[in-house]
Design a protein around this ligand. Structure first.
Ligand SMILES: [Zn+2]
Length: 207
């Protein structure tokens, strides 16, 4: 994929997420890793529904600014993920409704916020750890995500939202959408007795 194609893909997927209500206002940010090991990221204060290809911020993996508009302050944690997982080629971070609601609950299991009851989250993402609440842009979000990057595909940021990664932008986006649907199911089912997957069923999915 050329850089121009990657720019177009990033703004097209960002726009699609915005149109379908996964992002509102200027919340959320996304990035992808180019073949030359530089990253393209959505700029600070931008609406994901209204980006132009040349708006995107281009940075090195150590965070040096190359071109475009100024990046989001949250790009620090994107860099933490790329630098600690060689398979990570794209990052999606949104404050979508149900995942943000889930991130605000007390008593979440911080090793895995989503106790499995459908196969897809287990197959696509495995455990979904919770990063404690820090002010947006705080470097500790980056250091905590960096320490978990190698063995996870999805993360909940307490009282904030969620982050997914993938081997390309489509995969990171599919992971995010799957996670949001699962969070929605958790709220739809909250007063019902859920038939959770058994340990054997979960282990079979992880093989
Ligand atoms: Zn955020």
């Amino acid at each position: 994929m050329t850089e121009q194609q990657a720019r177009q893909q990033l703004i097209d997927i960002a726009s699609s997420l915005f149109q379908r209500g996964y992002a509102t206002g200027s919340a959320g940010n996304m990035s992808l890793l180019l073949d030359d090991n530089t990253i393209l990221a959505t700029p600070t204060g931008s609406c994901l529904g209204r980006l132009q290809p040349n708006d995107l911020s281009k940075l090195t993996l150590s965070g040096e600014f190359i071109s475009g508009k100024k990046p989001s302050k949250e790009v620090k944690f994107h860099l933490g993920l790329y630098n600690n997982n060689p398979k990570c080629k794209a990052v999606v971070h949104l404050h979508s409704l149900y995942l943000t609601a889930l991130s605000c609950l007390q008593d979440l299991n911080h090793q895995n916020a989503i106790k499995p009851f459908t196969p897809y989250v287990v197959m696509r993402m495995g455990n979904v750890p919770v990063i404690p609440y820090y002010k947006p842009g705080d470097i500790r979000i980056a250091t905590d995500l960096a320490s978990l990057a190698l063995n996870h595909q999805a993360f909940l940021l307490a009282n904030h939202g969620a982050v997914t990664i993938g081997e390309n932008l489509e995969e990171a986006t599919n992971n995010y959408e799957e996670l949001e649907e699962t969070a929605k199911l958790i709220f739809i089912l909250k007063d019902q007795k859920i038939n959770y997957l058994t340990e054997d069923e979960i282990n079979e999915l992880r093989k």
